[in-house]
Ligand binder design. Structure first.
Ligand SMILES: [Zn+2]
Ligand SMILES: [Zn+2]
Length: 128
């Protein structure tokens, strides 16, 4: 069981399943819709997701003919991406979880479109 929320906390959700196939996605759509170098998602069964609050604020945007993104229309937080063909899984944006995965996620996908300014092999050093 997991819970999550958007940044402004208007939208909250519950996931009644485990997370599977977590990855960092470097595809062009994830990069641009997140405004970030990559997006981190894990798969869940569609019926495992329940919105607890703010479902009316969740906007669905078709980022390609075969898939859509769901985000909070108030603060813009990405929450879900899903295939419109009724796939057996949908993907939850991992950074929206209040209950994050317990283990490190090392799988990177679509790295052929990775931004040039990110080095996946560099040692992470917090310079704040
Ligand atoms: Zn929000
Ligand atoms: Zn992607």
């Amino acid at each position: 069981m997991h819970t999550g929320s958007c940044f402004c906390k208007a939208v909250t959700y519950e996931i009644a399943s485990e997370l599977s196939n977590a990855s960092h996605c470097h595809c062009t759509i994830c990069k641009q819709t997140h405004g970030a170098a990559f997006a981190s998602y894990a798969e869940i069964p569609p019926d495992a997701l329940t919105f607890l609050t703010g479902e009316d604020l969740v906007t669905k945007y078709y980022s390609s003919p075969t898939g859509y993104r769901m985000f909070c229309s108030q603060c813009g937080s990405n929450l879900i991406w899903a295939r419109s063909d009724g796939d057996s899984t949908i993907d939850v944006a991992l950074a929206s979880l209040d209950t994050p995965p317990k283990t490190a996620i090392t799988r990177h996908i679509y790295t052929d479109t990775k931004v040039s300014w990110l080095d996946l092999n560099e040692h992470i050093k917090d310079e704040n």
